[in-house]
Design a protein around this ligand. Structure first.
Ligand code: CTP
Ligand code: MG
Length: 230
């Protein structure tokens, strides 16, 4: 029996933001009038495509329940995990009794509040008929060097190098299987790498370079600037 394919979002938001070096996890820092996490979730909800958005939140998190968006009817709270892939897997488990194997899941970092509705739809339109799925990515602007200590061993062919962003869009079952079979593997830094290890070939879809991940203190002002430009 066929069914209509649904779209789900999973947002890992259980990190501590060590590199940000702030007094709270970076997803709760203020950007304009809202926290980073609220911007991110409101933009996903505005895309008006997701059946639900599962958000992985640390069990010790005192900030989440203070947010208005926490009680939104399309938001499902999941348990945060030890590492990012564990949090994503927990988000997948939280929708397991509603999601079908071939439904699409878009995983998006809480720390990327500048995601646009247009880029979400661009990714979906590009991949909706694909077998495997893929990710938003941007071409590298700088010349890239292969380095050992401070010695340059060579120059990489830039045409083959892309920076992986989120959302990353895969089928529910294949994403869950890929993440479950790579639990604890430190090489898995995004969803695509888990699927690549299964021998699958995710696609890249060119995204906007302003979809930055807030990582270090200077990124907050940059995100604010991008938001005013959008
Ligand atoms: N994340 C998560 N669970 C973890 C670790 C990270 O849900 N155990 C989330 C973060 O909240 C963030 C996203 O994964 O939205 C990307 O991770 P990263 O930028 O590395 O965030 P942090 O791990 O919080 O930052 P840092 O590595 O500097 O500590
Ligand atoms: Mg991290």
């Amino acid at each position: 029996m066929t069914h209509s394919i649904k779209f789900w979002a999973v947002v890992p938001a259980a990190g501590v933001g060590k590199r940000m070096n702030a007094d709270r996890p970076k997803q709760y820092l203020e950007l304009a009038d809202k926290t980073v996490l609220e911007h991110t979730l409101l933009r996903l909800l505005q895309a008006d495509i997701f059946t639900a958005v599962a958000v992985a939140i640390s069990e010790e998190d005192p900030y989440w329940s203070e947010l208005t968006v926490a009680s939104h009817e399309k938001i499902i709270r999941a348990k945060g995990g030890k590492e990012r892939p564990d949090s994503v897997l927990s988000g997948l488990h939280a929708i397991s009794d509603q999601a079908a194997d071939d439904d699409w899941v878009l995983v998006h970092d809480a720390a990327r509040p500048c995601i646009t509705t247009a880029d979400i739809h661009h990714l979906i339109n590009a991949l909706v008929d694909d077998e495997v799925g893929g990710i938003l990515a941007v071409a590298s602007a700088d010349t890239l060097k292969n380095v050992n200590a401070n010695n340059i061993l060579g120059t990489l062919d830039r045409t083959h190098i892309w920076r992986a962003l989120t959302p990353q869009m895969f089928r529910y079952h294949s994403l869950k299987t890929a993440l479950e079979s790579t639990v604890g593997n430190p090489a898995i830094t995004d969803e695509a790498s888990a699927l690549e290890l299964q021998g699958l070939q995710p696609k890249i879809v060119e995204g906007r370079p302003d979809n930055i991940k807030i990582t270090r203190p200077e990124d907050l002002a940059l995100a604010q600037f991008f938001m005013t430009q959008q």
